[in-house]
Ligand binder design. Structure first.
Ligand SMILES: [Fe+2]
Length: 196
């Protein structure tokens, strides 16, 4: 028996949503203008639009905000909130700084290296390129302390198929042991590196 519920004066049948893609992601920033300028200069993201109100639309709470939206390519949107009346933002003290991050894809390794040179010329400290087997990455922080990654894919169809086949068993093993399974160790060994 389908579950019927009334939503916006319509009878709706409950269903798992068929999500198309990420619509936007939103994080907090110290300063909206600084953030717009930094992302334009460092990564070429265009500032497309803003929402600014004194009241939060979803909750009705009083909380003046500036909500900015940046075009980060491929129809993807990165958004930020500046909240002048809230205490200064801080990082989760129990999560290492390398963990939570946003990764953006570039075409190839040449583009990745050129981006690193550009960022460093602008005074940004860059880590990498780091080898991940199916992609290579560089890492850096935005002015708000958000860790960013640029990555270029280098994997083969066989490698992606192997990883997909291993995904279930790796998760099962991790869930049971809480120790890193070594079944896809090749991912972390750069050809020609000392650790090979
Ligand atoms: Fe990542």
């Amino acid at each position: 028996m389908p579950v019927l519920t009334k939503v916006a004066d319509r009878d709706i049948v409950a269903a798992v949503p068929q999500v198309r893609r990420i619509h936007h992601v939103a994080y907090r920033c110290h300063d909206a203008k600084e953030t717009v300028d930094w992302y334009a200069r460092m990564l070429g993201f265009a500032y497309t639009n803003a929402f600014a109100e004194d009241t939060v639309p979803s909750t009705g709470a009083h909380d003046p905000y500036m909500h900015i939206f940046l075009d980060c390519g491929g129809g993807n949107v990165l958004a930020f909130f500046e909240l002048p009346e809230q205490p200064a933002m801080a990082r989760d003290p129990n999560t290492p700084a390398w963990v939570q991050h946003l990764a953006f894809e570039v075409d190839d390794f040449e583009t990745l290296l050129a981006a690193k040179a550009h960022l460093e010329a602008e005074g940004v400290e860059v880590l990498g390129p780091t080898w991940h087997g199916i992609f290579r990455s560089i890492y850096f922080f935005d002015p708000n302390g958000h860790r960013l990654e640029l990555a270029c894919n280098i994997g083969t169809a066989d490698q992606y198929a192997e990883l997909q086949a291993l995904a279930g068993p790796m998760l099962e093993e991790w869930s049971r042991t809480k120790r890193a399974p070594d079944s896809a160790k090749w991912l972390h060994v750069e050809p020609g590196s000392l650790s090979e």
